[in-house]
Write a protein that binds this ligand. Structure first.
Ligand code: FES
Length: 92
C-alpha cells in the first residue's frame, strides 16, 4: 500500500494503489484546499517533496493549468494526481 506523507501536518496515511490524491485528502481530512476539483483553478497545488515518480503522469487538463498559471516544476494539482507509490506532499 502506498504511503502518502503530508509533510506540513507531520503525518502519513496509506491508500490503495491508483487512488486519486483528492480522495486521500478527503478521507484523511488533510489540509489541502480544493476549488473546482477538475484541474482548472489551481487551488489544490501541492509541492511534491519526494516520490514524484510514484504519481500518475501530468496530462490534460492539469498540463494546461500548470502552463497557464506558471506552476513550477515539481508541483502538482492534487485533484488530478493518482497515487501509485510512496510520496510526500505539502500544500503551497
Ligand atoms: S481543485 Fe481546482 S485545480 Fe484542483
Amino acid at each position: 500500500m502506498p504511503k502518502i506523507e503530508f509533510r506540513a501536518e507531520s503525518r502519513t496515511v496509506e491508500c490503495a494503489p491508483g487512488t486519486p490524491l483528492r480522495d486521500v485528502c478527503d478521507q484523511s481530512k488533510a489540509k489541502v484546499p480544493f476549488g473546482c476539483r477538475n484541474g482548472v483553478c489551481g487551488t489544490c497545488e501541492v509541492i511534491v517533496m519526494s516520490g514524484s515518480e510514484n504519481l500518475s503522469p501530468v496530462v490534460a487538463p492539469e498540463k494546461e493549468t500548470i502552463e497557464s498559471f506558471g506552476i513550477p516544476k515539481g508541483h502538482r494539482l492534487a485533484c488530478q494526481v493518482k497515487v501509485l507509490g510512496d510520496c510526500a506532499v505539502q500544500p503551497i
